[in-house]
Write a new protein. Structure first.
Length: 458
């Protein structure tokens, strides 16, 4: 995204950003995803440095982009054949400026330092946007849960926690789920943490089962929150989900509850996907089928057409963006919308894009949306509902209470509205009206940067 250069202050700010970015590139060679996330955030902060040079004087950028700590570790475990397997584990403790490190764990074969650092870096700003006292962290492993038995998943997950438990705690670092880590894995991790420490530290993990300290609405929170955020953005322009056509990629936790809420709001959801391909159902997706296939049977989305023969299945997940729709919600994974897919969406008349996943649009795709005046809700604002309810789970755990579904849902809705308002106001104030990429990055950054300045050289 190119920002307009119109003053000496803007030139000085741009030079500062460019210089720090060059250092980051040298320090983190070959970490493409991390550099992509850094580039997007840095570029949107230029107007902040132009307006308030104090952030340059304190060299906040060079500090904030360096993780406070990056832990990598060996995870040995024994498979069902009795063979020893080894995976690599990560936890990046990126920023504790406004609260304990907070962020999910991802189990997926693509996980490496670059992926974990991009997720951890984004998490700092996302968490700050929620208005709650949570710092930024992320972790995971290159373990591939696909095709693994229950026993293998449990043994692996326990081994993962055997090492991770040394670095986490309710006031230190509080992991949760992400791709490949849901209620099952959180349960195994909580059990192992409890055995290793001898403590029932309810607040050490979020996304727990509701029967042992989990919060109602945590499961639904990311998908619901994305739809709440996008509805707010649409409403500002006199639009709504009701009566519109929607394409939602993925069929995991985020996607399922985004479909649920979009349907409740009166939209027709035409398609969803998994990493092998996508289904198109002109009557609107049957969510009960998707939920059973994915949450219970852990099957492939292609099985959907066996039960709904009028629907169609297509190999390859990115083809989903060729389906004409009013609203697109990428809820699968990073970089799932490239420049070409973005152009196709625009040519087919898309009015709004809301990111339920983390960084699903490439930098070029974002440019296409902004240049064509598509309403664009970036992930760190639109998908913040998940971590926001995690923070509500921590609050309930600390005070040993459980709130009703309605109460948590009401709080979630308020938080999403506040994130939208704060982001749109920041965009306006810093000279990019309507640009939520700038707005959300700036609003999140200011909260963290101000805390860092108050805490001295940390
Ligand atoms: N993995 C989710 C995210 O990307 C949730 C993290 C959490 O609840 O801590 O924000």
């Amino acid at each position: 995204m190119e920002l307009v250069m119109n003053s000496e202050e803007m030139k000085a700010a741009q030079d500062y950003v460019n210089n720090v970015y060059e250092t980051v590139k040298k320090r983190n060679p070959n970490e493409d995803e991390f550099l992509q996330a850094v580039k997007e955030i840095f570029q949107s902060l230029v107007p902040v440095f132009a307006k308030s040079p104090k952030y340059m004087e304190h060299n906040i950028l060079e500090r904030i982009v360096e993780p406070e700590r990056l832990i990598t570790f060996r995870i040995p475990w024994v498979d069902d054949q009795g063979k020893v397997q080894v995976n690599r584990g990560f936890r990046v403790q990126f920023s504790s400026a406004i609260g304990p490190y907070k962020g999910g764990l991802r189990f997926h074969p693509t996980v490496n330092a670059s992926i974990i650092k991009f997720l951890g870096f984004e998490q700092i700003f996302k968490n700050a946007l929620t208005g709650q006292a949570i710092g930024g962290g992320k972790g995971g492993s290159d373990f591939n849960p696909r095709g693994k038995s229950e026993g293998e998943v449990m043994r692996f997950t326990q081994s993962f926690m055997t090492e991770l438990c040394k670095y986490i705690g309710p006031d230190t670092d509080v992991p949760a789920g992400d791709i490949g880590v849901g209620a099952r894995e959180i349960g195994y991790m909580f059990g192992q943490y409890k055995r290793l420490t001898g403590r029932f530290d309810a607040g050490v993990l979020t996304g727990k089962g509701v029967g042992y300290g989990g919060s109602l609405v945590r499961t639904e929170a990311t998908g619901y929150g994305t739809v709440y955020f996008v509805e707010e953005m649409l409403r500002d322009q006199g639009l709504t989900f009701s009566g519109s056509t929607v394409v939602i990629s993925g069929s995991g936790n985020v996607s399922i509850y985004a479909i649920d809420k979009a349907q409740e709001y009166g939209a027709k959801v035409l398609a969803c996907s998994d990493s092998d391909g996508y289904i198109y159902d002109e009557n609107g997706i049957c969510l009960d089928t998707v939920k059973r296939l994915k949450e219970v049977e852990r099957a492939r989305i292609s099985d959907y057409v066996k039960e709904h023969p009028h629907a169609q299945y297509f190999e390859g997940s990115t083809g989903i963006w060729t389906i004409p729709c009013d609203i697109a919600l990428p809820c699968a994974t990073q970089n799932e919308i490239n420049e070409q897919s973005a152009k196709t969406l625009v040519a087919n008349g898309v009015k709004a894009v809301g990111e339920g996943a983390n960084m699903p649009s490439t930098l070029e795709a974002i440019d296409v949306f902004l240049e064509n005046r598509v309403l664009f809700a970036p992930g760190k604002a639109a998908n913040a509902g998940g971590v926001a309810v995690s923070a509500l789970e921590m609050a309930q755990n600390s005070s040993r209470v459980s709130w009703s579904f309605e109460k948590v849902d009401r709080k979630l809705k308020h938080i999403m509205k506040d994130i939208y308002r704060n982001s749109i106001n920041a965009a306006e104030e810093y000279g990019y009206p309507g640009n939520l990429v700038v707005g959300s990055n700036v609003a999140g950054f200011l909260r963290v940067a101000d805390a860092m300045i108050m805490q001295g050289v940390v």
